[in-house]
Design a protein around this ligand. Structure first.
Ligand code: SF4
Length: 92
């Protein structure tokens, strides 16, 4: 992930645009820094790499800190958005 991905961004603009952490398993070396820094956002996988907790809250300052500390730049943010509503049926 590029350094641009690490730019500080608003954590939330509303519930429909909450940012959540994501770990690239191809980059993670399992240092554990993110787990120590933001345990509400990360957990250890069976292979000792980190991954985002499925019940992780929206990104906060601790998630930002984990991004900044990751030696492999393996952490990014995803925007979770609700699914788009179905198209309106054609009118009469
Ligand atoms: S800080 Fe980065 S390299 Fe270390 S465990 Fe977390 S995601 Fe992996």
């Amino acid at each position: 992930m590029s350094h641009d991905d690490k730019a500080r961004t608003p954590h939330t603009e509303g519930p429909e645009t909450a940012l959540r952490v994501v770990v690239d398993p191809a980059l993670c070396i399992g240092s554990g820094l993110c787990l120590a820094t933001a345990p509400r956002h990360f957990e250890s996988a069976e292979d000792h790499r980190s991954r985002a907790r499925p019940d992780a809250p929206a990104a906060d300052e601790s998630a930002d800190d984990a991004v900044a500390l990751c030696p492999m730049e393996a952490i990014g943010f995803l925007t979770s958005r609700p699914p788009a509503p179905p198209p309106a049926p054609p009118g009469p």
